[in-house]
Design a protein around this ligand. Structure first.
Ligand SMILES: CC(C)(COP(=O)(O)OP(=O)(O)OC[C@H]1O[C@@H](n2cnc3c(N)ncnc32)[C@H](O)[C@@H]1OP(=O)(O)O)[C@@H](O)C(=O)NCCC(=O)NCCS
Length: 157
């Protein structure tokens, strides 16, 4: 499996539309933090990230029907989590109507929508594109660095 960074807009939109996932807010700017997996030269899955400091939104996860249940979905989530962690994301959120159990297995926990931080409330997925019935889930990717005594000590040293 090969990961493509910033995959072509048409490919991303086609996969999402086939799975009835939102495409309306996808712009070239947003595609810079989208990732696709390619198998035998074909894009078989996509995932996107929206980054806002220590808060991130994982979105637009889709695997083409012919390639499901081979680990691609989990691999794309793991890749996106790695990128988010490297960019300083501590809490990675997502909204889903269909895949709550899938994400639970990957360590995400469902929380009330009212608990969404402002960074998530501002996203178009949260405010307009995902139905109010969608479940908000979150995973802590790392310990908040500002709470780590070691990093504080190294700052003052
Ligand atoms: C959800 C999705 C990305 C998973 O991709 P995948 O490549 O099949 O995932 P993996 O191969 O890593 O994992 C497959 C496992 O997850 C389970 N799974 C897949 N989709 C699931 C769902 N919606 N709910 C619960 N479990 C699900 C499968 O049953 C399988 O379990 P098994 O290994 O015990 O058989 C894919 O089913 C998909 O594209 N669905 C349509 C779009 C969607 O719902 N995206 C999420 C929107 S937030």
């Amino acid at each position: 499996m090969k990961i493509l960074i910033s995959p072509p807009e048409s490919t991303v939109k086609q996969l999402l539309l086939e799975a009835e996932l939102p495409t309306l807010d996808i712009t070239p700017e947003k595609l810079k933090t989208f990732f696709a997996c390619e198998v035998n030269g074909e894009v078989e899955g996509v995932v996107g990230l929206e980054l806002d400091g220590p808060v991130g939104l994982l979105r637009s996860l889709v695997v083409s029907p012919r390639s499901r249940s081979k680990g691609l979905g989990s691999a794309l989530v793991a890749y996106a989590e790695g990128v988010a962690r490297a960019k300083g994301v501590v809490w990675l959120y997502l909204l889903t109507t269909t895949a709550e159990r899938f994400f639970k297995r990957l360590g995400y926990e469902g929380i009330p929508r009212e608990m969404a931080p402002p960074e998530i409330q501002r996203t178009s997925e949260f405010s307009t594109l995902c139905p109010v019935s969608s479940v908000l889930m979150v995973k802590q990717l790392s310990v908040n660095p500002t709470l780590k005594p070691t990093s504080h000590e190294s700052e003052v040293a």
